[in-house]
Design a protein around this ligand. Structure first.
Ligand SMILES: N[C@@H](CCC(=O)N[C@@H](CS)C(=O)NCC(=O)O)C(=O)O
Length: 222
């Protein structure tokens, strides 16, 4: 039995996708506890007991409690799906670790934009300067990834891995803030993700996204 503390299309999507790639038959039945970001249930409920920062994802699995998406993904790979990880001593391990953690460099920028453009309510107003800076920094992380991905199918030469799974949440959220036409390789990469049956099972489970009210959030004017 595995319990996943989850927000629709949040970072816990990484864990959901990872579990689907591994196959739930290998881990046990999945119970998903859904939250809404900023809700009382998230702040005051069970999550507080299992996540020190009261954030998702968190998992409960065989008496083990973990939060931090990257740590969960690494643990699940080494325990259940070595082919999705790169074990100690593997030539691709340094690069694998780099991409697993790179995803959080990107995600922290997405989070800043979510705070400014989705969460703030009047009379509070987003700062155009901060939003512009964060969009530029996010674009920079995308440019770096586009260049390194090149013509490869997945981030690592050796094939699909949990590092790609970490990027699923990112590439879902980024187009709400950055025009992706300038990143054709990343667009094709996202399509390859979406074509995976395990990813599709997650989308079916999640349904239409309910977090963003618009398809695109431009930098606000003063
Ligand atoms: N580094 C953490 C970040 C977790 C995180 O910030 N999750 C967001 C949702 S995507 C959250 O729970 N936010 C709640 C809040 O900021 O109060 C991870 O990768 O798991």
């Amino acid at each position: 039995m595995i319990k996943l503390h989850h927000v629709q299309y949040g970072r816990s999507f990484r864990v959901l996708w990872m579990l689907e790639e591994i196959g739930l038959d290998k881990i046990g039945p999945l119970e998903v506890i859904d939250y809404q970001i900023g809700s009382k249930a998230m702040q005051e409920g069970e999550l507080r007991k299992v996540s020190p920062a009261v954030r998702i994802p968190a998992i409960e699995l065989d008496g083990l409690v973990m939060s931090e998406s990257g740590a969960i993904i690494e643990y699940l790979a080494e325990t259940y799906a070595p082919e999705l990880g790169r074990a100690v001593g593997h030539a691709e391990r340094p690069e694998w670790l780099q991409w697993v953690h790179y995803s959080e460099t990107m995600a922290s920028l997405i989070e800043q934009l979510n705070l400014q453009l989705v969460f703030l309510r009047p009379p509070a107003k987003p700062s155009p300067v901060v939003v512009k800076l964060n969009v530029a920094r996010l674009r920079g992380t995308l440019a770096g990834m586009e260049a390194r991905l090149g013509d490869k199918e997945w981030l690592l030469e050796g094939g699909f891995s949990a590092a790609d799974i970490m990027m699923g949440f990112n590439l879902f959220a980024v187009p709400f803030y950055v025009d992706m036409d300038q990143f054709p390789k990343l667009q094709a990469y996202r399509k390859r993700m979406e074509a995976r049956p395990a990813y599709q099972r997650c989308i079916e489970r999640e349904g239409p996204q309910r977090f963003y009210a618009k398809d695109f959030y431009p930098v606000p004017t003063e």
